[in-house]
Design a protein around this ligand. Sequence first.
Ligand code: SF4
Ligand code: SF4
Length: 341
Amino acid sequence: MTDTSRRSSLIGRNLLAGAEPDVAGDAGHDGHPPRVGFFTDTSVCIGCKACEVACKEWNAIPEDGLDFTGMSFDNTQGLDASSWRHVAFIEQSKPLGRAEAAVDHSDVDVLALAAQGSGTPVGEAAITPTSPAPSPSADGQTGLRWLMASDVCKHCTHAACLDVCPTGALFRTEFGTVVVQDDICNGCGYCVAACPYGVIDVRPEDGGAHKCTLCYDRLGAGQEPACAKACPTDSIQFGPLDELRERAAARVEELHRVGVEDARLYGHDPEDGVGGDGAFFLLLDEPEVYGLPPDPVVTTRDLPSMWRHAGAAALALLGGVAAVFAANAGMSGRRTGRRGR
Ligand code: SF4
Ligand code: SF4
């Protein structure tokens, strides 16, 4: 696209909100590759944290605390400047669809089985009764379920962090992703307040803002991001965003068909408050359960109308001041006339 035709295609459009089919093109990339991103299918996440470790290793991110919360097996506790992937562990007293949470395995002596070793024929294995099964609750279930989800920067279609950055440290890549350049960031923290997901953060040790780059250096070399490469269950899938959306829709349909009715997509819709995310998720419960905002909106969405209102208010103020001057001038003219009589 030429400069002139790009300019004319942008005129009259609010690039801070709404549908945005070509984020990289609108950012000035000619002949760019297709937009890429992540589809994270939390229904197959096993909470191994391989993604967290791979991200830390590839990006040489410093250690930022190894303490457990005391509430779960989560020792990362959230996304921040030194945790660009975070695997949430949520414990619920709610069975998965079709899961047989009340199956009684209490007659299996696992320690005796382990002592026999794996070479023992099944018929000779020591399976002995142990303690009685726990009583089922009123709804007939006894089990808990774990929800595990690997969270990351959403690489928003309308990225407020990028909109508010005063130094140009945040930029849109040719792949449609959002990257921060450490050497240009001045650590002002405007992006931290602007992000609707609480993703980006300033690292006190170096004073710079940091977040997932979607492994920009690996993409440039034709490789997939480190976290997706390390994920053993393909919970994190990387690829062209359009393909991922099709794959995700088929997966939700499949889960509904086998009885997992709570399965739903989050962040996939180009018509949502951020114009759709470059990293979207298949969840098994409400977004709030995973610590995700239910209806995120790009925080710069209303800037154009705010500026329009501010402009109108400034004009009205100027008009008022001019009217006062005009009235004063008229009065002093009449006073001068009176003195002249
Ligand atoms: S999730 Fe936050 S940090 Fe990531 S692109 Fe969106 S606004 Fe920026
Ligand atoms: S894409 Fe790269 S930087 Fe982003 S979370 Fe995955 S490994 Fe980390």
